[in-house]
Design a binder for this molecule. Structure first.
Ligand code: SF4
Ligand SMILES: [Zn+2]
Length: 331
């Protein structure tokens, strides 16, 4: 635990956290909405600084990032807490630790240990994932520069619900972001996450793009909330205006947590999504049926994926068939 950054001291022993737009106003001993930032004697404490409960080696495709070193393995670290409270969260036992009776084993792991682990396992990528990493910003601001110095690339898997100043402080040390764009209007965002995050997330995506970060967007369909073609068309058009090269992943929710009995996505929507995809100008739309990366020019398959496994891969930035350069991809 260390004293947090990004907060203001208020009168009467209360503090205001300014890390995310919830801007929690906390009395002495109160914990923020994310469960990991606490007012202790008029200072805000980052309770999980440098502490993690999950450590795995995953394919980068699992984040999902399909255009960022495809086929690579990534050291993936997760901790507890989240500033969203999604009803369908697959990782709710770590993201909502106050809702589970399960004991979560959370341990300190130093940045040097992470570097050593990467070097001894020939890994060049580290992801902060599983729970929302931005609420642990003090950890990121300490760890990411150390990883960067060792030429290890860093990935955030995030809801991107953060205030502008902390985001700008962090971005120089981040290489790639897999960002949830959960819905495309205020009401649906709130229904899914309990937070009115729509405009902030959109604005922050534009900030990441302007900062030349590699970004990929993920829209996870949830029955009755965002699973309609009109929403998907609006998202597609908005991404197209930003850049036709941004990869967009359309995935489907798993029945979990408070939505464990919600009915699955209607099957006919997947047909409609394929039609939307075929008409779209976006170069990279990934769906349950289409996980391959195709050359935007000649449409030949340049990366063939099967269930996160790469069966054939791009070895240079040029399409082996038409020889044109493939935009917005790292190999
Ligand atoms: S980061 Fe946590 S404590 Fe800070 S404003 Fe957001 S929810 Fe509240
Ligand atoms: Zn080609």
């Amino acid at each position: 635990m260390i004293t947090a950054q990004f907060y203001d001291e208020l009168n009467h022993n209360s503090v205001q956290c300014t890390l995310c737009p919830i801007n929690c106003n906390l009395e002495n001993n109160q914990i923020g909405n994310c469960q990991i930032r606490k007012n202790e004697k008029n200072t805000l404490q980052a309770l999980t600084f440098g502490k993690f409960c999950s450590l795995n080696i995953d394919p980068i495709e699992k984040k999902p990032l399909y255009n960022f070193y495809p086929g690579s393995q990534v050291l993936s670290l997760g901790s507890i807490g989240c500033n969203f409270h999604c009803h369908h969260c697959q990782n709710w036992q770590i993201s909502q630790p106050h809702k589970t009776e399960k004991k979560i084993n959370i341990q300190a792991i130093s940045p040097e240990k992470i570097v050593d682990y990467c070097l001894s396992n020939s890994l060049n990528l580290v992801a902060f994932t599983y729970n929302e990493p931005l609420i642990q910003i003090e950890t990121l601001l300490k760890y990411l520069p150390i990883l960067q110095q060792k030429n290890i690339k860093t990935v955030l898997v995030t809801n991107l619900y953060i205030n502008k100043d902390p985001l700008l402080a962090l971005l120089p040390f981040v290489d790639a972001l897999s960002i949830d764009l959960k819905a495309f209007n205020i009401a649906s965002y709130k229904k899914l996450t309990t937070i009115n995050a729509f405009e902030v997330v959109k604005g922050n995506i534009e900030i990441c793009l302007k900062a030349n970060k590699h970004i990929e967007l993920v829209t996870n369909l949830v029955t009755g909330i965002n699973d309609n073609l009109a929403t998907l068309k609006n998202i597609e058009q908005w991404i197209e205006e930003l850049s036709i090269n941004i990869p967009w992943h359309i995935t489907s929710f798993y029945q979990a947590y408070e939505y464990s009995t919600l009915s699955p996505i209607p099957i006919n929507l997947f047909e409609e999504i394929e039609q939307l995809k075929n008409k779209s100008k976006l170069n990279y739309i990934y769906t349950r049926r289409e996980q391959n990366t195709k050359c935007p020019n000649c449409k030949s398959i340049i990366i063939n994926r099967n269930n996160y496994k790469i069966e054939s891969s791009l070895i240079s930035l040029y399409c082996p068939n038409c020889k044109k350069i493939i935009p917005y991809i790292y190999v």
